[in-house]
Design a binder for this molecule. Structure first.
Ligand SMILES: [Fe+2]
Ligand SMILES: [Fe+2]
Ligand SMILES: [Fe+2]
Length: 425
């Protein structure tokens, strides 16, 4: 089997990412998917060109990715937002780092901009794109939908609520478009159905751009930042794991293509942590049982999300099984040696190695001797692959050097990211 993921559609990846981000709380479940669907339908109803429909669906699927904590996520569900701009700016700054997202970064930046009788067409001398206002409307429609009530019985109330804000929050022309769409029952039934994600993926796949290996690495680096920047505690973790895993893969004789696949898998290995509230990741005290259980589920969520992406079988295998152990004592599948590929074994060692050697805000990384001692013990206990551990022993400085370098770069990026945010207040 080739290690190359083959044909991967950007929208498929984005839809999966949106799902992972929304796992953080049941109240938020499907928020991104729903906003993507509404924004896409509003764009179609407005007869916008296909490229704008596609951009609005992408922007909808990613618009709140700058909300890092669960509390922030819940706050923006209030119809009248308390402090909505910060997460929009954070999201835009993250998205800008990936070339195909430059256009949508601008929409995300302004997705809470009120229309203010037309004054909202500009902000600080910059033009606010009309699509950003459409995205704003889509987002607010999504939060007006009550999850437990019958969908079609809510339509009149939602239309009234939107009407009342015409001109103040929303562009009156967009409100008119919304009313045309709101007359069609299928729109509401799609929106509230469990298959809205599949409906949207099918609609967008025909035109979604395909990513080559370079694009895939760049996209997963963006996701890696999203996972790591969630907390200062983890700000460089996945970058470190990627450097170590790629180094080990090279030493073991993986081809260049396989090494790049390893890089993508490592960037994404903690994807499921997006579903863990940063309040838990950052908790200074011991986790209680419930918090521990939430933390443990991250590997499962990584698997669930990656497995769904067409062409990602190997990336799911190498990335999501990093908590499995050869003797069956790992989680969540309790696989044993014969069910764990070499790629997954490398990732497990790279993850442990990085966790031991990296600095955390509350402690410095362990030294050479202590790190090897722990790894050797886990090898002897039958948990981690001893061949991989012997490679770490033989090439310690090279591997640790690659990790330190990658994490130094990542921390610089993190600092400039955080400083940039302080500047906007
Ligand atoms: Fe938002
Ligand atoms: Fe939102
Ligand atoms: Fe990890």
């Amino acid at each position: 089997m080739s290690s190359s993921p083959g044909r991967v559609y950007l929208f498929d990846l984005v839809a999966s990412l949106a799902k992972a981000v929304d796992l953080v709380n049941p109240r938020i479940a499907e928020h991104h998917t729903r906003v993507a669907y509404i924004a896409y339908q509003l764009a179609c109803e407005s007869n916008l060109p296909y490229s704008a429909q596609y951009q609005l669906a992408l922007a909808g699927a990613l618009h709140d990715i700058g909300c890092f904590s669960m509390q922030e996520r819940l706050d923006v569900l209030e119809f009248e937002d308390v402090r909505p701009y910060q997460h929009a700016i954070v999201g835009a700054r993250l998205l800008e780092t990936f070339e195909p997202f430059r256009g949508i970064a601008h929409l995300v930046r302004y997705h809470h901009m009120p229309w203010a009788d037309g004054k909202g067409t500009r902000w600080n001398g910059e033009v606010v794109p009309d699509e950003a206002h459409l995205l704003h409307l889509a987002d607010r429609i999504a939060v007006l939908v009550q999850r437990d009530d019958l969908m079609l019985s809510q339509v009149a109330a939602i239309r009234t609520a939107v009407d009342e804000q015409s001109g103040r929050l929303f562009n009156p022309e967009h409100v008119e478009v919304f009313h045309r769409l709101a007359m069609k029952e299928y729109f509401w039934l799609d929106l509230s159905s469990h298959s809205v994600d599949g409906i949207l993926r099918r609609k967008l796949r025909r035109e979604s751009i395909e990513l080559d290996q370079r694009g895939l690495v760049d996209f997963s680096r963006l996701v890696c930042r999203l996972i790591d920047f969630k907390s200062e505690f983890t700000a460089t973790h996945s970058s470190g794991v990627a450097a170590v895993a790629v180094c080990l893969a090279e030493l073991i004789g993986f081809s260049e293509e396989e090494r790049e696949t390893m890089r993508v898998a490592a960037y994404l290995h903690d994807l499921g942590k997006l579903a863990v509230p940063s309040e838990i990741i950052e908790k200074p005290a011991r986790l209680n049982e419930e918090e521990r259980n939430i933390m443990l589920s991250h590997a499962y969520f990584t698997y669930q999300v990656l497995e769904e992406v067409e062409g990602f079988e190997i990336i799911a295998d190498w990335g999501a099984l990093h908590q499995e152990r050869l003797d069956g004592s790992g989680y969540p599948f309790h696989r044993t040696a014969k069910e764990l590929s070499l790629g997954a074994r490398i990732m497990a060692v790279a993850d442990v190695f990085t966790a031991l050697t990296e600095n955390r805000p509350y402690r410095r990384g362990l030294d050479h001797e202590k790190t090897l001692g722990i790894l050797r013990r886990q090898g002897e206990a039958g948990e981690l692959d001893t061949t991989v551990i012997r490679l770490v022993e033989a090439h310690y400085d090279e591997i640790d050097g690659a990790r330190a370098l990658a994490q130094r770069d990542a921390i610089l990026e993190y600092r400039s990211f955080v400083d940039g945010l302080d500047a906007v207040g």
